[in-house]
Design a protein. Structure first.
Length: 150
């Protein structure tokens, strides 16, 4: 079952269960997926659906920050619930230790001798090979730590 099919099945279940907030966020994401499908004129793969989910989660995190500053607790809880629903569909991301292992392996694979000058090669490799499971900011943090200790 593709991620798109799972989202739609969960949307249908949320309708049956009369779970209004879950139904609303899934409906919104499904609409975003359909818009992207029309824009690209092809069926989306799971990776493209994950990008859409990450984009929506990023927007929700931003909204949660603003709502927290504005002290709007009801809306804050609603946005946090939406974020939790969407996070269920993302693949599990790597821990800091696993990310460090990936970075060190890529440094060896790519033959990196000067990490300060060749950092972009490592980041590019992470982005192209591990974008679904490695957080960009965490990879950057790990590289900074490696640079600090070298």
């Amino acid at each position: 079952m593709s991620l798109q099919e799972k989202l739609f099945a969960d949307y249908m279940q949320a309708m049956k269960d009369k779970d209004v907030s879950k139904k609303a966020i899934l409906n919104y994401v499904i609409a975003q997926i359909k818009n992207k499908k029309i824009e690209l004129q092809k069926d989306l793969e799971d990776g493209e659906v994950i990008k859409i989910l990450k984009k929506e989660i990023k927007a929700l995190v931003e909204a949660i920050g603003f709502l927290g500053q504005a002290n709007k607790l009801k809306e804050l809880k609603e946005e946090q619930a939406k974020k939790q629903v969407l996070e269920q569909y993302l693949p599990q991301t790597k821990s800091k230790e696993e990310t460090k292992e990936i970075v060190l392996n890529l440094i060896k694979e790519l033959g990196i001798t000067e990490l300060t000058k060749q950092r972009w090669q490592v980041m590019w490799a992470i982005k192209s090979q591990y974008w679904e499971v490695v957080e960009w900011s965490l990879a950057n943090e790990v590289i900074n730590e490696i640079l600090k200790w070298s």
